[in-house]
Design a protein around this ligand. Structure first.
Ligand code: ATP
Ligand code: MG
Length: 474
């Protein structure tokens, strides 16, 4: 690969090089950008390391650019950042680091480029490219990072045990990079993770979930999860998922391994969606199976109510994992709760009322729910899979027919609470809510049509039964 040619596509490299030469500072393009350049992969940010003061270099670069971008200085870290177009460009002086055992915050002092490369987490992240005129485009690769890129291996440049003990977040990063790049982790590097898995306890939940979500967003998330599982990291922050693993047997009756089933479902939805939250719904859909597992002599293993219990477990798990506690959690919770409903609607004798109820409860998430249900079909028997999927086609068709007729997917009460209060001269009260609820129920049950005149008629009948009289205007 011709590095000079690749660098020519973005003017910033030449520009920074010129300024660095004026300041007489050795400067290198380093880290993720170089890695992604060699992998021909898109990259989000650009990092420069100089021998000297990174903040000074950033200010000089900004002054030399026609748009004079503002310089964000992070004094504590000795770094500075400017935005150039869509790029976040960061500058830092080369440094070496030493760690104390109780923290992942290192003591930092100025160092050589080689020392700066050595403190980096993985060989593929240690690569530097000189951008000074004298040796523009020269690759500096003291730890054989290029070889590891070619062999597709994640390996630490320094002793793995020390690397992971110094900063346990790197264990999550190792698996995240392996998952994103589809690389293997070198055996001694993996050994280092096994030995230090417990040290993950000093890492904040926010940092862990950042890495986990990146793993979940990879093309085949099961790979990253399997690494998290066998490395012993997963049980530290997500024991509920680890509990899914394993098979119990009584006589000749056993159940499937719900951990591997869940991963299969996750991979299945991931072929169809990049939505983090639909992927989370796949991860969570059977989370309560261990807690609801029973053995029954006649039918074998059962997991009755795992969808309801799973929905109840969702907020607690989200809170602990530092996932958002807003409508995204509610969405996951809803899909977990409803994930068995479509399959129950396959039966020919299913009523329109049951279809309306599902549409009403799923609302706009009905399509995502159907995607989850399709992904949930993981039988090894192709014939069975085809039959189940064909059944879902039937359910979807029925749902569409009912929705076309009754429009309950985005149910809006045909008579509002305000109208009810005005008609009967009521203050906000229980009885207003009851009337609304009974009208909604009648619509879902198909006793009346979803329109205003039938809703009003029912409302008067119900009110009369309750002894509520229409307000008269004297
Ligand atoms: P991406 O931006 O895709 O997550 P990246 O490699 O650029 O990948 P960053 O977190 O942006 O990752 O870090 C930039 C560089 O800083 C890395 O390439 C690596 O050299 C170094 N680095 C980042 N975090 C660590 C860490 N915890 N320990 C050692 N080096 C690190
Ligand atoms: Mg980066």
């Amino acid at each position: 690969m011709n590095l000079k040619k690749s660098l020519a596509t973005i003017p910033i490299f030449q520009q920074v090089g010129t300024v660095a030469d004026q300041l007489n500072m050795e400067t290198y393009l380093v880290g993720g950008y170089v890695r992604d350049l060699l992998l021909d992969r898109p990259s989000k940010d650009i990092d420069f390391v100089c021998i000297g003061d990174g903040i000074k270099l950033a200010k000089a670069v900004s002054a030399a650019l026609p748009e004079r971008p503002p310089v964000a200085v992070f004094k504590n870290f000795g770094t500075a950042m400017i935005k150039v177009g869509d790029w976040e460009v960061e500058f830092v002086g080369a440094r070496k680091e030493s760690y104390q055992r109780h923290s992942r915050k290192p003591q930092v002092e100025a160092g050589t480029l080689q020392e700066d490369q050595e403190r980096r987490d993985f060989t593929i992240n240690t690569l530097g490219i000189s951008i000074n005129e004298a040796n523009y485009g020269e690759l500096l690769d003291p730890f054989d990072g290029v070889k590891d890129l070619k062999r597709k291996i994640i390996r630490t440049p320094a002793d793995p045990e020390l690397t992971f003990s110094d900063d346990p977040l790197r264990m999550m990063r190792a698996i995240r990079f392996a998952a994103q790049l589809k690389f293997d982790i070198a055996p001694d590097t993996f050994e280092g993770i096994l030995k230090n898995a417990d040290r993950l306890s000093i890492i904040s939940g926010e940092r862990i979930i950042d890495e986990l979500n990146k793993i979940i967003l990879t093309e085949k998330p099961s790979y990253g999860f399997k690494l998290l599982f066998v490395s012993g990291l997963l049980e530290h922050f997500f024991p509920e998922m680890v509990a899914l693993q394993g098979v119990d047997s009584v006589g000749d009756k056993s159940h499937k391994d719900n951990f591997y089933h869940t991963l299969q479902v996750l991979d299945n939805v991931s072929t169809r969606t990049d939505s983090l939250w639909l992927r989370w719904a796949a991860i969570m859909h059977d989370i309560a199976k261990p807690a609801t597992k029973r053995f029954n002599q006649k039918v074998g293993w059962t997991f009755h109510g795992h969808e309801d219990k799973g929905a109840r477990m969702t907020p607690g798990i989200f809170r602990r994992l530092k996932l958002p506690m807003d409508e995204r959690m509610k969405y996951v919770q809803k899909l977990v709760k409803l994930h068995l409903r479509p399959i129950a609607l396959v039966n020919d004798k299913v009523t329109d009322a049951a279809l309306r109820r599902l549409l009403f409860e799923a609302g706009d998430d009905i399509d995502d729910l159907m995607q989850l249900c399709r992904a949930d079909v993981t039988s090894k028997n192709d014939h069975k899979v085809k039959r189940f999927l064909a059944n879902f086609d039937k359910v979807e068709k029925k749902l569409q027919e009912v929705e076309a007729k009754d429009q309950v997917r985005n149910f809006q009460p045909p008579v509002s609470g305000d109208e009810i209060m005005a008609i009967f001269g009521l203050k906000p009260s229980r009885v207003v809510g009851d009337l609304k609820e009974e009208i909604k129920e009648a619509i879902l049950e198909g006793q009346i049509q979803n329109n205003k005149s039938e809703a009003l008629e029912l409302m008067y009948r119900l009110a009369a039964k309750k002894g509520i009289e229409k307000k008269t205007n004297h």
